[in-house]
Design a protein around this ligand. Structure first.
Ligand code: WT7
Length: 658
């Protein structure tokens, strides 16, 4: 971390907002003062941007901290806010989604279309026996039905659990089981890298082990043949024949809106629970403030997948609650060619682009000639999310995508925070490349040391959030203790913080001399691979589940493209053949085994077969040392090792596969 710190400290460039943007910005510097003056009144005003069927009695009930209740007593319908009210205001003909399939097929979905489809899907789900409070799993490609399915759940008060389409049957099974989902919404498949990629077989495999699932709704997208059971229903039969009339009932502000699973330090993923009123308030306000979104003129595009929180908050709930026109793209950035993203920006005259550092670094690798081949003059604002963006990538993004003029907003937040927390405001902030800058109005964050003491400017430590915020997670689904332990006990109330509850984000951070915040990555054992959170323990468990592996340790090593890459150390079982080619074969097999078990994004970049693992006396694996090996560094302090000779064994006796 010290090397990263030193590099970042050398970054002194600063870029003020373009004058025209600043002059017309949705949100000005006054917002910081307003929120600092009375934070709860500030959030109350932002909640007022939504349509409520019944007003709230209290802005925040923190009496059972850290279990928060926002806008208590208030009632609203999320789908009504995202769809109906725009139609009622006369914007039915306005495009909600310009959808672009990977093979080049397109669909234009207006707000009136979205309304009809959402009502029909709500009726179809009701017909299948889904009622308020039931859980519905969604496992879909990036097609408009993904947004429709989420909105339909919200409309009837069912809690959705979207599972990323790249996840394996095991991962899907765990998530369906943990939430006891009653219905799964899926598709035959989607298009990826120029060919159909099936989803239904994975669902079939999962559903066989999930007795809670009563029905499966299947969208036809690729037209490939699928297996069929008594639980299966085609979307085009069930939804497209359903009545388009549906009146949205309001739900309590704290009604569970969705569960989204995130990897933790243990193998069991955590179901992060978000509720209705506070979540929508902050997702909606941050879209308005940080993207400076003007629904009449902007064309917004977030390149994330709906399976991640970015897709939830900044494809579905944030943009739609603001009445935005947006682009949605099904496929990969290099299909059929490396200019596909820029071609889409050009074709739809995209004005606001929100993407991830891993993609920007990939684009850098492909060269600036690629974006130079397209007309990107429609763009007026660029955003980044998912991991720290290196200053070089930030500058490249501004230079070659943003004509050297556009503001770049580096937005820090998490699945758990529900919406953006630390970010520049594009019309206000003089941004520094690589820094998320400052907490947004209404958000209070700090960087603290090991003891929980606020560090002075120039210091580094852990990022914490010191006041509750509307879109905060409410708990870990079915596991309040895990919620308390993971987020609230590191710097817990009563420790060094008086009686204040302090949220531990799990990220290292640094305050520069001006007090601006620089994020430095995860401090725990979660790896960030291409912006996806993968826990070391999950991959270790997958490796150990292979009959040839006795023990395994996994670390995230710095990688120029994916941010972090998975590097694994495995001790073969005595019976396993590892000499010569057999070792290479075993490594290849293990990499595939992990991909099969956890999904392709968890496939280790490298596996080393080793005779031993470095452990402390208490038996804890010293990942720090393994990271040194993985990153070809000389070894750090080995004195706490139970047996200091193992590192020699590891460094000399390993065979490695790439
Ligand atoms: C972790 C959360 C937020 C949606 C996507 C990821 C890292 C996210 C930034 C940023 C530095 C960032 C953090 C965070 N992260 N955005 N702008 N700068 N780091 O959601 O999967 O819940 O991961 O992503 O480490 O804790 P997630």
């Amino acid at each position: 971390m010290s090397e990263a710190l030193a590099n970042l400290l050398n970054e002194t460039r600063q870029f003020p907002p373009p004058a025209e943007l600043a002059a017309n910005a949705n949100v000005t510097a006054a917002a910081y003062d307003e929120a600092a003056g009375d934070r709860l009144a500030f959030w109350e005003r932002q909640a007022g941007r939504l349509a409520w069927a019944q007003p709230w009695e209290q802005v925040l009930d923190w009496s059972n901290a850290p279990f928060a209740k926002w806008f208590t007593g208030g009632r609203l319908n999320v789908a009504y806010n995202c769809v109906d009210r725009h139609v009622e205001a006369g914007h039915g003909d306005k495009v909600a989604i310009h959808w672009e399939g990977e093979p080049g097929d397109t669909r234009t979905v207006t707000y009136a279309d979205l309304h009809r489809l959402t009502c029909q899907a709500a009726n179809a789900l009701t017909e299948l026996g889904v009622t308020a409070g039931d859980r519905v799993a969604i496992y879909l490609p990036m097609i408009p039905e993904a947004a429709v399915a989420m909105l339909a759940c919200a409309r009837i008060g069912a809690t959705h659990s979207v599972v990323f389409g790249g996840f394996s049957a095991d991962a899907l099974t765990n998530r369906i089981q943990d939430a006891s989902a009653k219905v799964v919404i899926t598709a035959d498949g989607g298009f990826r890298r120029g060919k159909p990629s099936a989803l239904k077989p994975t669902v079939d495999e999962a559903v066989a082990n999930c007795p809670s699932v009563e029905h499966v709704l299947v969208v036809r997208r690729t037209g490939e043949e699928v297996g069929w059971s008594a639980k299966d229903h085609w979307w085009h039969d069930a939804v497209e024949n359903a009545s388009p009339e549906h009146e949205a009932q309001p739900f309590d502000a704290e009604h569970p809106l969705f569960i989204l699973y995130t990897s933790g330090t243990t193998a069991r993923p955590k179901g992060i629970l978000h509720t209705t009123g506070g979540y929508l308030t902050q997702a909606s306000y941050t879209t308005h403030a940080v993207f400076d979104l003007k629904p009449e003129t902007d064309v917004y595009w977030c390149t994330a997948d709906i399976g991640w929180v970015t897709g939830h908050s900044y494809i579905v709930y944030g943009p739609l609650s603001n009445g935005a026109t947006q682009v949605m793209y099904e496929g990969t950035p290099d299909t059929p060619h490396k200019g596909r993203f820029w071609e889409i920006v050009d074709k739809y005259r995209v004005t606001i682009l929100y993407t991830a550092p891993t993609l920007i670094r990939t684009m850098m690798k492909w060269g600036e000639d690629v974006p130079a081949g397209y007309d990107l003059s429609s763009l007026r604002l660029l955003g980044s999310v998912g991991e720290p963006i290196n200053p070089e990538a930030w500058i490249w993004y501004r230079q070659y995508v943003g004509r050297g003029e556009l503001p770049v907003v580096d937005t820090w937040w998490q699945t758990e925070t529900g919406a953006m927390m630390i970010s520049p405001l594009p019309g206000v902030t003089e941004a520094k490349p690589g820094s998320a800058m400052a907490p947004l109005p209404g958000v209070v964050a700090d960087v603290v040391d090991d003891q929980g003491e606020s560090v002075p400017n120039g210091g580094g430590g852990y990022l914490v959030l010191t006041e509750p915020w509307p879109s905060m997670l409410r708990t870990v689904w079915g596991d309040d203790n895990r919620f308390l332990e993971t987020y609230w006990s590191r710097f817990g109330a009563g420790a060094n913080t008086g009686d204040k509850w302090v949220y531990f984000a799990g990220d290292g951070a640094k305050k520069d001399d001006d007090g601006h915040i620089w994020l430095l990555g995860r401090v725990d054992d979660v790896m960030l691979v291409s912006g996806h959170n993968i826990s070391t323990t999950e991959v270790e468990s997958a490796l150990v589940s292979h009959p040839s592996v006795a023990e395994a340790a996994v670390v995230g090593a710095t990688d120029p493209t994916t941010g972090q890459a998975i590097v694994a150390f495995a001790i073969p079982r005595g019976s396993a053949e590892t000499g010569g080619d057999a070792g290479e074969q075993l490594i290849a097999e293990l990499r595939n085994h992990v991909a099969r078990t956890l999904g392709p994004i968890a496939k280790p970049r490298q596996i080393m077969l080793v005779p031993e693992l470095p452990k402390t006396r208490s038996g804890k694996i010293m990942r720090r040392l393994l990271r040194d090996v993985a990153e070809n560094r000389s070894l750090g302090d080995v004195t706490t090792l139970q047996d200091s000779s193992v590192m020699e064994l590891i460094s000399s006796g390993m065979s490695s596969g790439k």
